[in-house]
Design a protein around this ligand. Structure first.
Ligand code: AMP
Ligand code: MG
Length: 324
């Protein structure tokens, strides 16, 4: 088997124009941020987002961080409270990701949030990601640009060596600054430690006057010492699961079941009638939500092949079917 390397273009107008072309066509490109190199795709295009998972060979669907150009763009996608507005004012653009309620009307693909009603969002500082956001005008979902289980890339050469022919393009702008994934915060809780520490974020000192909100505001803006705690990274207690029993590997529907089909199993609706795994991944969370909203007592799901992105689909389906 021959492998080829992706095109590596130095940061500049030509690189951004080519990257924007790939993004608009539903592809994904590697782009530096101030944390690590990210693998970016249009967050409103479910197939493009499925392409991120395919390229990374991720065996599961974690919700992805969405990058936007500024606070106004973030507010069109997520609902901000006072704490979030204060953090955004002080640390954006920068390596801080906020987990906030998502606005359904923003059109973010459900594969980005893994079906959750919250979204992880940030405004990056890096000129390359900022330029790509400006030229595409799209919110960009972007996990680290490495194959699943690999080390996060801090140089274009790391990306090329890891993802090789799985992606068309890497924008090279040298080594990333932080070399560490962004700090993820929900309320005053740190979900993932990162370049910004609990002290940076939540201690009274270091709060710039222009960053503070207009009114003195609620006491929550002066967090007590128990705030800024770190919970296990990647922990997702609220991971979306249907409210009903789920039966896997169903060849047909039994009484009272809503059948989600795939390939030859038609069902009440299908993840992909043609048996296309990328299409199935793109439809997965919407199909589960729709099934949950029907009057049927049980959700049945046709078998999905355990290959490629089908591995991540089956991982999610097994979790959905796990008795609670
Ligand atoms: P990555 O994009 O690979 O840097 O990882 C994204 C991280 O953000 C993962 O650890 C996710 O668990 C976390 N994350 C994304 N969305 C949410 C959310 N809605 N709630 C909680 N954590 C999230
Ligand atoms: Mg990673």
């Amino acid at each position: 088997m021959t492998t080829t390397n992706p095109l590596v273009l130095p940061y500049g107008e030509a690189a951004i124009a080519e990257a924007a072309r790939v993004i608009r066509a539903g592809g994904c490109v590697a782009v530096p941020t101030e944390t690590v190199y990210g693998l970016a795709a249009d967050a409103t295009d479910s197939r493009a987002v499925a392409g991120i998972y395919e390229a990374k060979g991720r065996p599961s669907f974690n919700p992805l961080i969405v990058h936007v150009s500024d606070l106004a763009a973030a507010q069109r996608i997520a609902v901000f409270d006072d704490i979030a507005r204060d953090l955004a004012a002080r640390f954006w653009p920068g390596p801080l990701t906020l987990v906030l309620p998502v606005r359904p009307e923003a059109g973010i693909a459900s594969l980005v949030t893994a079906g959750l009603d919250t979204i992880a969002i940030r405004v990056p500082r890096h000129r390359a990601m900022q330029a790509l956001l400006a030229v595409t005008g799209k919110p960009l979902a972007a996990p680290s640009a490495n194959v699943s289980g690999g080390i996060s890339p801090t140089r274009a050469a790391h990306v090329a060596a890891s993802l090789r022919e799985r992606i068309p393009l890497v924008i090279d702008d040298g080594a990333t600054e932080a070399g560490l994934e962004s700090t993820i915060v929900r309320g005053t809780e740190i979900l993932r430690p990162g370049p910004l520490t609990a002290e940076d974020l939540f201690s009274g000192e270091g709060r710039s006057p222009e960053g503070s909100i207009e009114s003195p505001g609620p006491a929550t803006l002066r967090p007590s010492p128990e705030h800024g705690t770190v919970v296990a990274p990647g922990q997702l207690d609220s991971h979306y699961a249907p409210s009903k029993p789920v039966r896997l590997n169903a060849a047909g529907a039994e009484d009272g079941e809503w059948l989600i089909g795939f390939g030859a199993v038609a069902g009440d609706e299908s993840l992909s009638a043609s048996g296309d795994l990328t299409e199935a991944a793109a439809n997965l969370f919407d199909a589960l939500h729709r099934a949950d909203a029907t009057a049927a007592a049980t959700i049945a799901i046709a078998p999905v092949p355990e290959t490629g992105i089908g591995i991540a689909i089956n991982d999610r389906l097994r979790r959905a079917a796990h008795p609670r």
